[in-house]
Design a protein around this ligand. Structure first.
Ligand code: PEP
Length: 252
């Protein structure tokens, strides 16, 4: 199976920083191989800029960090899935924990609809799930992941099964420097694979990415696990050299 390395730039990166990112990225990872998918999600108004950036290698896929369930209309501040597709966006994150935490998104509230709308437009979707520290301490990880997976995906109709990916991102590991151990991540990914058995509409081989303080120092051990098919990366995706090293690790 392919390895996926996807950077989530969140609300970061000035134009100068983007330029510096590509300069160092291109030194470390000038060419890709067929078994690696490389993606970057900038702030949405930077999407066209990145796509035509003179230093961007062809193989980097550009994605959005969020996408509305509505195609158009009076929804101030939202990204429409068809407008994203129209400008050439390849994928979108949906349900990132920061969207759940700060913008009230829940698996029940619109996330399934958002996934469906993005898929219908032909965008690839990286659906993000993960438990909080409190939930982990209360031994609720498995049930939280189950609810987040089943509720959002149970009614999804998907023609091209390659369009959907799931990212397991324990909230306590995002931006904290604390990474789930490869064993903890693999255990969660095995649970998620098990939940997919209950969803006949979803490809059982759906790629599962891990996210939460992934860096060049810990990526090899994570990617070595059977059910970890890639990484969704925040902090370490902002600099071209660390992101390039993650991509290199994914080619092994
Ligand atoms: C993320 O926000 O998706 C993420 C994984 O961030 P970080 O790598 O900084 O923990």
């Amino acid at each position: 199976m392919k390895n996926y390395i996807v950077g989530n730039w969140k609300m970061n990166q000035s134009l100068e920083e983007i330029n510096a990112f590509f300069t160092s990225f291109n030194e470390i990872f000038p060419n890709t191989s067929d078994n690696v998918f490389v993606g970057v999600s900038p702030q949405s108004f930077h999407i066209p800029l990145l796509m035509s950036h003179p230093k961007k290698p062809e193989f980097i896929n550009i994605g959005a960090q969020n996408c509305s369930q509505h195609k158009s209309g009076a929804f101030t501040g939202e990204n429409s899935p068809n407008a994203l597709k129209e400008i050439g966006t390849v994928f979108t994150l949906i349900g990132h924990s920061e969207r759940r935490q700060f913008f009230g998104e829940t698996s029940n509230l619109a996330l399934g609809e958002k996934i469906q709308s993005a898929l219908d437009e032909g965008l690839q979707v990286i659906y993000c799930i993960g438990e909080s520290l409190q939930e982990r301490k209360q031994n609720l990880t498995q049930s939280v992941l189950k609810e987040q997976t089943i509720t959002a995906l149970k009614n999804i109709k998907i023609e091209n099964q390659d369009q959907l990916l799931i990212a397991y991102e324990p909230v306590w590991a995002i931006g904290t420097g604390e990474t789930a151990t490869p064993e903890q991540a693999e255990e969660a990914h095995q649970w998620i694979r098990g939940f997919l058995n209950e969803l006949p509409n979803i490809n059982q081989e759906t790629p599962l990415l891990y996210g939460g303080s992934v860096k060049p120092e810990n990526v090899d051990a994570l990617l070595a696990k059977e059910n970890i098919n890639g990484a969704l990366v925040g902090g370490a995706s902002l600099k071209g050299d660390s992101f390039g090293k993650l991509c290199l690790a994914a080619t092994k």
